[in-house]
Design a protein around this ligand. Structure first.
Ligand SMILES: Cc1cc2nc3c(=O)[nH]c(=O)nc-3n(C[C@H](O)[C@H](O)[C@H](O)COP(=O)(O)OP(=O)(O)OC[C@H]3O[C@@H](n4cnc5c(N)ncnc54)[C@H](O)[C@@H]3O)c2cc1C
Length: 545
């Protein structure tokens, strides 16, 4: 345990080795790596509590409810948890197994995705037939190395060279009718890149026959926001293959348990986290940066990692005198999008009783899983199309999670904590506003659960609604986009959030680094941008002292 540091005072404020603006999980992970390396680091967080969209609070008496994320699908595929030894700081995951299910239709039982591929294929065979079960087995074999390569690329700075290296050698996962060694290899690489760039829907149509299965996988892939008709969305479905290696994890105590462990880790290494006082400007002062907060406090530091929304970072730079014309150009280049969705948090007297489940489930049934409550892709298309013109979805697409069944500490005895995430909901409504529309939209979300688990609506004791407007207001997610900026292929990798601002740096702002969902590799609980930015800072210090 390192004692908290006492920073020295300078004319520009308290001196720190590094200041992190934004205490979301990416900012905290960046801080934890720097503190672990012996740097005197302080995190400045706007909100009263740290963690941003990775935080859990008591919304209803005795119920621990997530404010943002609930299931951690990606971070368990990264080096972060082990590097920072977060288990020693209290972080414990329960494997979500089953990790997903698609509800029953009138003619077929539910499809249940287990970590075990054989069990999953057996379920697909019962619901969709032997051909799709065999196709799914082959799909997982083909996409596991591809999805692993994508994850590899996620935890490295996004450069053309590294990107290419991540996918080199994957040609053999594609086939080609071309002849000759060179012709065949070239053909395989072309087919591989074609599949990686394909829309998710095209990928599903290539592999499977059953609309039931395609709908479930399409809804899984659409969690990042873009519809599965968009180019470059195929890998978001291919990521499902990796769930048979490490399934989604549920942090015991709620999503915010990750943040609690990071706070403990940073404190143990002498770092500081200051909440409830937002940064209001970032100003260049000679060879240092001055970060000022709303209370008038100042920090003087050679290194800033700005881990809040990139548009907020641009505001802070503008307030610090950075060239306004350049900022305006970057601002126009960044597409936040029209909003993704809304959340409904419930306290209930019972778990949803889904119809048509197989009888070979573990004791907790499907309550460890992401309930992918969509059985036909037309449901997704209608919801997305409505949102594109500012309307509420005729029927929202819902992911239902009932993790109090596997972590009873989340709710009082005989009670449950249910998280519902629903898409697509526009940030700007064509008619009216969210203050009026929120309650009816939340009813529609609950009705989707009730459709597959009749009687569920009557079990609801408490309800907390987060519309896109609420997500912006509470969590600072501009435009209600939970991924900060659109996860379309033109804003991923070397292009996120714009080519100028990719690389986790700001041109003309030496010593200022970017992290957070606005930067490569984007939103979701990955910790990747915090990891990359911290390593860029440490590498720079090694090179330049
Ligand atoms: C309702 C919801 C459900 C989700 N579900 C999932 C899920 O199940 N699985 C998943 O993987 N992902 C999910 N996500 C997405 C995921 O949680 C986010 O993409 C991710 O947590 C973003 O983390 P971050 O650290 O990059 O940014 P954020 O969490 O946005 O953190 C940025 C921080 O910066 C702070 N800040 C802003 N302005 C200032 C300022 N001026 N000064 C100081 N601090 C400032 C904010 O208060 C915030 O704490 C969900 C998100 C939401 C909202």
């Amino acid at each position: 345990m390192t004692a908290p540091r006492t920073p020295s005072a300078t004319p520009h404020g308290l001196r720190r080795d590094a200041v992190i603006v934004g205490g979301g999980h990416n900012g905290l992970i960046a801080a934890a790596y720097l503190a672990q390396a012996g740097r005197d680091v302080e995190v400045l967080e706007r909100d009263a509590i740290p963690g941003g969209a990775v935080s859990t609070v008591e919304r209803f008496p005795g119920h621990r409810i997530d404010r943002g994320s609930s299931a951690h699908l990606m971070i368990r595929h990264s080096p972060v948890l082990d590097d920072l030894d977060l288990a020693a700081h209290g972080l414990r995951y329960i494997d979500c197994d089953p990790w997903a299910f698609v509800p029953a239709t009138d003619s077929a039982p539910a499809i249940v995705f287990r970590t075990d591929l054989d069990a999953t294929c057996a379920s697909i065979e019962r619901s969709c037939g032997a051909r799709d079960a065999a196709a799914y087995r082959e799909f997982v074999a083909t996409w596991t190395p591809r999805a692993a390569a994508v994850m590899d690329a996620f935890y490295q700075p996004a450069t053309m060279g590294r990107f290419g290296r991540s996918f080199l050698g994957l040609g053999s996962t594609a086939s080609s009718a071309r002849t000759g060694v060179i012709g065949r290899r070239g053909g395989e690489m072309l087919n591989l890149t074609d599949e990686l760039m394909a829309p998710g829907d095209a990928l599903l149509d290539r592999w499977f026959d059953s609309e039931h299965l395609k709908a479930g996988l399409a809804w899984f892939g659409a969690q990042s926001g873009p519809p599965m008709s968009a180019p470059g969305t195929a890998p978001m479905i291919g990521f499902a293959a990796l769930m048979h290696r490490i399934p989604p994890g549920r942090a015991v105590g709620g999503s915010g348990a990750l943040t609690d462990a990071l706070v403990s880790r940073i404190g143990a290494d002498g770092g500081q986290i200051s909440c409830g006082d937002p940064a209001v400007s970032i100003t260049r002062c000679g060879d240092h940066w001055r970060v000022e907060t709303a209370s008038g406090d100042r920090r003087c530091t050679p290194t800033v990692i700005s881990a809040c929304h990139v548009l907020t970072t641009l505001d802070l730079l503008a307030a610090g005198g950075f060239d306004p014309a350049t900022i305006e150009r970057w601002r126009r280049d960044i597409v936040v999008g029209t909003g993704i969705g809304m959340a409904v948090r419930l306290g209930t007297t019972a778990l949803p009783e889904y119809q048509g489940l197989p009888d070979d489930l573990p004791a907790h049934g499907v309550h460890s899983a992401l309930g992918l409550l969509v059985t036909d892709r037309s449901h997704l298309v209608r919801a997305h199309s409505a949102a594109a013109v500012g309307e509420l979805p005729p029927r929202p697409a819902v992911v239902a999670m009932s993790f109090s069944a596997i972590d009873p500490g989340l709710a009082p005895e005989c009670r449950h904590a249910i998280n519902l995430w629903a898409q697509w909901h526009p940030y700007r409504l064509a008619a009216g506003d969210w203050a009026d529309a929120g309650a009816a939209a939340a009813e529609a979300v609950c009705a989707e659960v009730d459709r597959h688990a009749p009687g569920f609506a009557e079990s609801i004791d408490h309800r907390f609604v987060q519309t896109p407007a609420d997500l912006e207001e509470e969590l600072g997610m501009i435009g209600g986009n939970i991924m900060h900026v659109e996860m379309s292929i033109d804003q991923m990798f070397m292009w996120r959030p714009t080519p100028d601002l990719a690389g986790h740096r700001v041109p003309g702002a030496d010593g200022l680094f970017l992290a957070g969902a606005s930067t490569h590799p984007g939103g979701g609980v990955t910790g990747a941008s915090g990891y990359i930015a911290a390593h860029a800072v440490l590498r720079r210090r090694r090179l330049f002292g």
